[in-house]
Every structure is written in structure tokens, then in C-alpha cells.
Write a protein that binds this ligand. Structure first.
Ligand code: ZN
Length: 335
């Protein structure tokens, strides 16, 4: 246990807490900037098991803040969950890691919730967070909301049945704010949110519930502002997610839409009912443009677009915001 000696010297964790950490299983939704930072912190802290979910692959614009990835990951177009798993294994080979390259929605996540002690929100959008809010209320799993944009960030710890849920806080949170693709982001804002998320996570893992922060935290590093807002009284009996008669509205609506524009990214995602045969597809695409392929995806440069086909049937069409345009290119190439 030499490896964790400094952490065990920290009284609120100690030997007992360290043992608990190594017995726990955490689910991290999203392997971008927040996901990288939280996953690295928890792997170094000696978490027993980690489940990673991300639908994307590593690109140049990620390297400035997504700390687990390298230039080689970009060049080889490695899916983030896969690249993260490999890097985390180098950091701490004792951690058992599962990686899933897929969309995080109510249907794909449900089977992954078994035995999960903690969920880290490392997503980049509020649709997914409200889905998580309902899913985790229903499953009674604690989770830690985190978001950042520019030099600002927010974090909040949700203990089902006790804390007001994310929906209860709706009025306090700017849901339709800028995203990091439209307003940019500095890596220190990510680190600050992740520092709070990991710390709250450790408190949950060592079962020190009394130490949890019950307020909504927000900050702006560039403008030197740091804020905590008391929210205990925000819990609503009538809340459809955490109230007396929950209807879990974000689980009911059709979340597996077939096609969607990825906000701020000039990219459309199309979902086929079944994944194409990769060998046939690869041959076909080679006649269309420059092709790159690995065990997880095939990409092709075609005119001013880049199409990336994943094994779960999803395709990303970079270079357009129009679903119609994306579909026509997709059918031209994939047949
Ligand atoms: Zn609520």
C-alpha cells in the first residue's frame, strides 16, 4: 500500500477509507476534458473498478485540455474511451476498467448501472444531464454534476432522496448557456471543476456523507469570482424527478433520435439500425477518398467532409450542420 501512503495519511481517508475506495465501482459518463481529469484522479487514488462511456474519437482540438490523450491518439483516430482505458492502465494497472464506445442514453446506460457506487457527470450537454438526473434518481445512485465553459465552471453533488435534484435547481442553472465549442475554454477551468468533482467523489467512496458540499458551486477564474449557493430549500415535493410522485420526464421522451446535429461542432450524427459490414464498407470507401481505419472505426475524407463510421452503427458527418445534407452524403458513400 506504499502507493497510497500519502492518501492514507490524510485522516478523513485513512487505511479504512483506502480499503473502501479499492472496493468501489465508478461510472464516468463522457471522456472529454472532465472525464479525463476525473478518471485520472480516481485511477491514481486507487478506485477498484471504472466504467467509461464516450461516443467520440480524439481530435487535435481536444489535446489542449483532455489530459489523457496524445498526438498519436489523434493521428490514429482512437475512440476516447479506448484511448483513456489504455492510458489509465499505464497509470494504474490495478484498476479494472471497462470502456464503451457509444452514446450515453437511458437505454445504453441501464445495464451498466449494476453495482455502481458513484457516477461522474462529464458530459457536455444538459439533455444528457437531465436524462442522468432521472436515471440515477430512479436507481438511487449518487452523482456529481460538473460543467465548464470559458473560465467558468459549476459543480453540485446529488444524493438521491436527500439533495434537491438537478431539475429542482433549474432556476439557478443557466441551462442554455454557451458551450465550449462556441465560447472556448481554458484547461484550468476544467481542472477546477474536476478537483471539486473528484473530492466530492472521494467523500462518497469513503462514505463520509457528512462532509459532502450541499451547495451549488460556481466560479469564474478569469474574473476572480467564487460562489456557493445554498440550495437545500430548492427541493420540490412536486418535482417530476425527485418529488413524491416522480414521472421521470427525461426517460420518457424519445432519446434515441436517429439523426442529430452536434451542437456547435458543424457535425451531424446519423444512426443506422444496424452496423455496416466494415470490410465491405472499407473497400467501397477507398474508391471515394482517403480512408483511415482501426479496430473501432473507419473514416473517409470526401470533398469538404469527413465521415466517421463506428461499429455500433453511428456515423459522424463533419463539415455540415444540415441533417438533409448529411444524409445525402451518407447514402452516397455508405450505399
Ligand atoms: Zn427534483
Amino acid at each position: 500500500m506504499e502507493r497510497y501512503s500519502r492518501q492514507m495519511l490524510f485522516m478523513p481517508i485513512g487505511e479504512e477509507g483506502q480499503r473502501k475506495i479499492t472496493e468501489k465501482r465508478v461510472l464516468i459518463i463522457g471522456c472529454g476534458a472532465l472525464g479525463s481529469a476525473n478518471a485520472e484522479n480516481l485511477a491514481r487514488a486507487g478506485i477498484g473498478q471504472m466504467v467509461l462511456v464516450d461516443r467520440d474519437y480524439v481530435e487535435w482540438s481536444n489535446l489542449q485540455r483532455q489530459q489523457l490523450y496524445t498526438e498519436a491518439d489523434v493521428e490514429n483516430q482512437i475512440p476516447k474511451a479506448v484511448a483513456a482505458k489504455a492510458r489509465l492502465h499505464e497509470i494504474n494497472s490495478e484498476v479494472e476498467i471497462e470502456a464503451y464506445v457509444m452514446d450515453a442514453d437511458a437505454i445504453t446506460l441501464q445495464p451498466l448501472l449494476r453495482g455502481i457506487d458513484l457516477v461522474m457527470d462529464a458530459t457536455d450537454n444538459f439533455d444528457t444531464r437531465f436524462m442522468l438526473n432521472d436515471l440515477l434518481q430512479k436507481a438511487s445512485i449518487p452523482w456529481i454534476f460538473g460543467s465548464c465553459v470559458g473560465s467558468t465552471g459549476m459543480s453540485y453533488t446529488i444524493f438521491p432522496n436527500e439533495s434537491p435534484c438537478l431539475r429542482c435547481l433549474l432556476d439557478a442553472i443557466p441551462v442554455n448557456g454557451a458551450t465550449c465549442d462556441s465560447a472556448g475554454i481554458i484547461s484550468s477551468a476544467v481542472q477546477m471543476v474536476a478537483a471539486h468533482q473528484t473530492t466530492e467523489g472521494l467523500k462518497i467512496l469513503v462514505e463520509d456523507q457528512a462532509a459532502l458540499r450541499t451547495s451549488l458551486l460556481s466560479f469564474d477564474l478569469w474574473n476572480n469570482q467564487y460562489h456557493t449557493m445554498k440550495v437545500e430549500r430548492a427541493k420540490k415535493q412536486t418535482c417530476p424527478s425527485c418529488g413524491e410522485n416522480p414521472s421521470y420526464p427525461s426517460l420518457n421522451y424519445q432519446c434515441r433520435t436517429k439523426s442529430e446535429v452536434l451542437c456547435g461542432r458543424n457535425t451531424v450524427q446519423i444512426r443506422a439500425t444496424q452496423a455496416p459490414d466494415f470490410q465491405i464498407l472499407k473497400k467501397r470507401l477507398k474508391r471515394m477518398g482517403a480512408v483511415k481505419a482501426n479496430d473501432f472505426l473507419i473514416s473517409v475524407e470526401y470533398e469538404s467532409y469527413r465521415l466517421v463510421f463506428f461499429q455500433d452503427g453511428r456515423t459522424l458527418i463533419h463539415g455540415t450542420n444540415s441533417i438533409e445534407k448529411a444524409k445525402s452524403i451518407y447514402y452516397q458513400l455508405a450505399g
